[in-house]
Design a protein around this ligand. Structure first.
Ligand code: HEM
Length: 402
């Protein structure tokens, strides 16, 4: 009863005007891109050949497979950047590395990369050095080196929790063990959905994939968890596949085909028709998108995905097919969804970092101070503590403590 009251309150608290900014930005971007692109495609090999776009990688960034002490993890985009030296090849990164590397390799907007890097630092890295590992835990992220465990675990992006999420495209849910390695069977599943769209990993295909992975997690993972912050981000990652991995600008002739996508996922086709995992790389003859894709665009896509497929936030209550939804009215428009994400960060950071709060209190509040301005344009009201209570209630149900 108490939970229902909290959920009802959280539901009623949010209602913001719809933002038209995303659509406008999209339209302007597409128009600008079309103006400076010339695209030729042959029927037999649909590779975008473009003028006015930057070919990646350049000569200074050759592919090199990671060495035994280099960190690689659940994000194919970051793994590919590190394998080409757009990020430090050891996989230990700062926010500055992420912002410059993702802009150079993929034309990711600075607000989006700043935001993702801050989440990486807060949840999976070191609040003092502001470094995180793009793979597993690593003493190189910490000021204290190998003594870091005295201060708690810095799990790297592999760490399942507020960032690494369930219902990934090609990674298993953490419940099944390895949450960060590309699983050939899941890659093949994604490919079979793309096949229904002429072999294109376009947004429609990725929406179908998101729905399927969501349903599979509900049906197979008793601990399935799909809540802000990680829930919307794992949805956004599906949009990244079309928006960033396409050869050329998606929606302006860019091609999200097998040749492009498989290289980024490190999915190598074997003679018997199955796939094996190899290090991620930029494909040959590949062109970066021509316009930045930033926070507004990402949240717009996430909203489109969750509304078109009716994906409710919520969690399984410790058994398969026991999904408890948390409906948030604000999740129906861009501003509302943005504010939910911001609130979840504000509500979560102090309770979920695995380092003693007293030692890092200062660092945490300065981090929240950095996240907040990124959300200025969304007109969010003051931080809403009751929504955090609703999250806590769902969290308790999910962990069997209700
Ligand atoms: C800017 C810093 C970034 C950070 C901190 C980051 C972090 C992550 C994390 C933690 C995941 C794991 C989600 C999960 O499986 O639970 C992930 C997945 C993913 N990321 Fe990134 N990412 C970043 C940038 C990028 C970029 C630039 C791209 C594309 C160019 C990208 C594409 C993806 C994709 C496609 C997945 C989904 C993989 C799958 O589900 O199989 N990310 N990222």
């Amino acid at each position: 009863m108490k939970l229902l009251a909290i959920l009802a309150f959280a539901y009623a608290t949010y209602a913001f005007p719809a933002a038209s900014r995303s659509k406008l930005t999209e339209t302007l971007n597409e128009r600008r891109t079309l103006n400076d692109l010339r695209i030729r495609q042959s029927d037999s090999d649909p590779v975008a050949v473009v003028d006015g776009l930057t070919q990646i990688p350049d000569d200074d960034h050759p592919f090199m497979a990671p060495g035994p002490t280099d960190q690689r993890g659940p994000c194919p985009g970051l793994n590919a950047l590190a394998n080409h030296g757009y990020l430090p090849r050891n996989g230990i990164v700062t926010q500055a590395d992420i912002v410059s590397g993702t802009a150079a390799g993929f034309n990711m907007g600075g607000d989006l990369s700043e935001f993702l890097a801050l989440i990486g630092i807060a949840y999976d890295g070191d609040l003092i050095t502001e470094k995180f590992s793009i793979g597993g835990p690593d003493s190189r992220t910490s000021l204290l080196g190998s003594l870091q465990n005295i201060l708690g675990v810095e799990g790297g992006l592999d760490h399942h929790g507020p960032f690494e999420a369930d219902a990934s495209a090609t990674r298993d849910d953490a419940f099944f063990g390895d949450d960060h390695t590309m699983q050939p069977n899941l890659y093949a599943q994604m490919k079979s959905i793309a096949a229904q769209y002429g072999g294109l990993y376009n947004l429609d295909a990725m929406k179908d994939l998101q729905l399927l992975r969501y349903q599979q997690s509900i049906e197979m993972n008793p601990t399935f968890y799909f809540m802000p912050v990680s829930g919307p981000l794992i949805v956004g990652a599906k949009a990244f596949i079309s928006e960033f991995f396409s050869n050329g600008t998606y929606g302006a002739g860019g091609v999200p085909n097998e040749a492009s996508i498989s290289a980024f996922f490190g999915a190598e086709l074997l003679p018997n028709g199955s796939f094996t995992a190899v290090p991620e790389r930029f494909p040959d003859n590949w062109y970066r998108r021509g316009t930045p894709f930033g926070l507004v665009e990402a949240i717009g896509q996430i909203l489109d995905f969750i509304s078109s497929k009716n994906l409710a936030f919520g969690a399984n209550a410790g058994a398969v097919n026991s999904f408890v939804p948390l409906d948030l009215a604000a999740a129906t428009n861009v501003n509302g969804l943005a504010c939910i994400i911001r609130d979840a960060i504000q509500g979560n950071i102090p309770s979920s970092v695995e380092q003693p709060i007293d030692l890092v209190e200062q660092a945490i509040s300065s981090l929240v101070g950095l996240v907040d301005p990124l959300f200025d344009d969304f007109g969010c009201p003051a931080f809403n503590a009751s929504e955090t209570q609703a999250y806590n209630a769902i969290n308790q149900i999910n962990s069997g403590n209700s």
